[in-house]
Write a protein that binds this ligand. Structure first.
Ligand code: NDP
Length: 527
């Protein structure tokens, strides 16, 4: 008996030994494997919103966390006249404005920031830029490593990339030393042709492995966790297919309207703004097959296979697969908000959609016949991003005498915003002599039992660029396949006022146009 007990306690110890190392991994080891290569980060368009609200705050946080390369420098560029000092002051003011945390170490960070005036289409500006880089990096052991971050309007991407290439700054050292990378913000093109054209311009001077097409959405921890959830756990994957899943819903709703970005949004609309990138990426992560290795190209290859399997939209029966809407006045959080057409910078007869819901099919063995409902819109009731996996009902109800034929089916929700969580809903019996079922949920919250540092999406993408890890960046074939899928819809809707018939008004603060109810038997903004 005593022996038995000892055996058992050894077993328990063995379990403890195998389970504790995970907990003992230092948090920083999860943030970064080792320091990134020394490099210079050149931000083109550094006088703009993205630089002051996202990039520099992210870089400052990385500095506070001691995860920046050493040595490292940031060279901001733009047409605006600024000295190094005024650029530094501007960035500090912006951090103060957005409440960017502890500024106690700003004075140690600020000397890394430099500024150089450039005219985007003037070659001599880039010669001067090259010269400035030489001066700044002299004696710094940066091995010529360069990142060019295009934080400028998309219309300037092509010219700027070509200018960088023409002055030789895209060239890399022969033996792997001295790399050069270019980061391109979304949107990547406005349709298939412009995406191909932009890519051609980039590839004149940069190879695919040097090009980082950002979708910062993918850098959110919970979005990455979709893959961990699916492929690091054995119990869900056997159910993750047409036999058990009734439909999948991907929702990204916003309460904000177009804000100060009407100029951009009037040209883009919700399909270009949300679907071509974020929604299609989340769809791919939800539907893809397991890659053989968690490695950039294998993961991107599996995503591309999903895009290749998308059933083309039936453009002659669009209304059965697509609902578009535009917000009208309404109330959000007790505040009256205007219609889209009343927003500053929006034309009063605008046909730009601010809401879309589409029914998409992935024609492959795993997903045949399972609809994916993708929905996104502005000025909706809540800011919410989540994936809902709706399982099928039990094949036969043994409780039908008391409960009828239908029992609520299981539902798995992967919450991305506001709560980063996983919720599984299932049926259980209410206490008592009568058979009464109720739905209960099992919740897991990502913050639970983790007190370590978190990486913001821009911190993650900047680190990945420095490390040369393209896992979270879009590959050109994926971008083209997404455009290929969406362009016919955009064309159909944008020509001859086709949009006017398709565009349903919806009240701000609601869940979208009433027309969504017509999608057979399915809900969409499920909580
Ligand atoms: P801005 O509109 O703030 O422009 C950035 C800089 O580009 C400006 O400061 C200006 O610098 C220059 N610029 C602007 N318009 C013109 C023009 N017509 N001709 C020449 N130069 C111009 O852009 P953001 O910083 O908001 O965004 C940069 C990129 O990042 C865009 O492609 C955007 O789509 C993308 N993006 C932005 C996000 C954000 O939160 N802001 C989020 C996701 C993507 P100067 O006058 O000094 O030359």
């Amino acid at each position: 008996m005593a022996n038995e007990k000892n055996e058992n306690s050894r077993d328990l110890n063995a379990f403890a030994e195998t389970s504790t190392p995970d907990l003992e991994i230092p948090y920083d080891a999860c943030i970064l494997e080792g320091p990134p290569d020394p490099c210079a980060l050149v931000i083109i368009g550094a006088s703009g919103d993205l630089t002051s609200r996202k990039l520099v705050p992210a870089l400052y946080n990385l500095f506070l966390r001691k995860t920046l390369p050493d040595p490292f420098l940031i060279l901001g560029c733009g047409r605006t006249e600024m000295s190094d000092q005024s650029f530094r002051d501007r960035m500090k003011d912006s951090l103060l404005e957005i409440g960017g945390g502890d500024l106690g170490q700003w004075d140690s960070f600020a000397p890394m920031l430099h500024y150089q005036k450039v005219q985007y289409d003037d070659l001599s500006s880039y010669d001067a830029l090259s010269q400035k880089l030489k001066e700044l990096t002299q004696g710094q052991e940066m091995e010529g490593n360069l990142i060019f971050y295009l934080a400028i309007p998309p219309s300037l991407y092509k010219t700027t990339a070509q200018m960088i290439g023409k002055v030789g700054l895209s060239r890399e050292g022969k033996d792997g030393g001295g790399w050069s990378r270019i980061v391109v913000e979304k949107p990547f093109g406005r349709d298939l042709n412009t995406a191909i054209e932009l890519n051609r311009a980039l590839q004149e001077f940069f190879e695919e492995r040097q090009i980082f097409r950002i979708d910062h959405y993918l850098a959110k921890e919970t979005v990455q966790n979709i893959l961990m959830f699916r492929f690091a756990n054995a119990i869900f994957e056997p159910l993750w297919n047409r036999r058990y899943i009734d439909y999948v819903n991907i929702t990204a709703s916003e309460t904000l309207g177009v804000e100060y970005r009407a100029g951009y949004y009037e040209q883009a609309g919700v399909i270009r703004d949300m679907f071509q990138n974020h929604m299609m990426q989340v769809l791919a992560l939800t539907a893809m097959e397991p890659p053989t290795l968690f490695e950039a190209d294998r993961v991107r290859e599996e995503k591309v296979k999903v895009y290749r399997s998308l059933r083309p939209f039936p453009v002659d029966a669009l209304q059965d697969h697509l609902i578009l809407g535009q917000y009208h006045p309404g109330t959000i959080d007790g505040r009256r908000v205007p219609a889209y057409r009343e927003e500053p910078g929006v034309s009063d007869d605008s046909l730009t959609p601010t809401f879309a819901m589409m029914k998409v099919f992935v024609d492959n063995w795993r997903w045949q016949g399972v609809p994916f409902y993708l929905a996104s819109g502005k000025r909706l009731a809540e800011k919410l991003t989540q994936i809902t996996i709706q399982f099928k009902q039990v094949p036969h109800s043994m409780f039908r005498q008391t409960l009828g034929d239908t029992i609520k089916a299981n539902r798995l929700v992967l919450g991305i915003y506001p709560e980063e969580k996983i919720t599984l809903t299932f049926q259980t019996k209410n206490p008592g002599a009568v058979v009464c079922l109720r739905s209960v949920t099992m919740d897991f919250n990502y913050q639970q039992s983790y007190t370590g540092p978190l990486l913001d999406a821009y911190e993650k993408v900047l680190l990945d660029c420095m490390m040369g890890d393209q896992m979270l960046f879009l590959r050109q074939d994926g971008v083209e396949l997404c455009w290929d899928f969406l362009t016919p819809i955009i064309e159909e809707c944008e020509t001859c006022g086709g949009m006017a018939d398709m565009l349903h008004p919806y009240e701000a603060g609601g869940w979208g146009p009433p027309a969504i109810e017509a999608f057979p038997n399915k809900y969409y903004m499920q909580k």
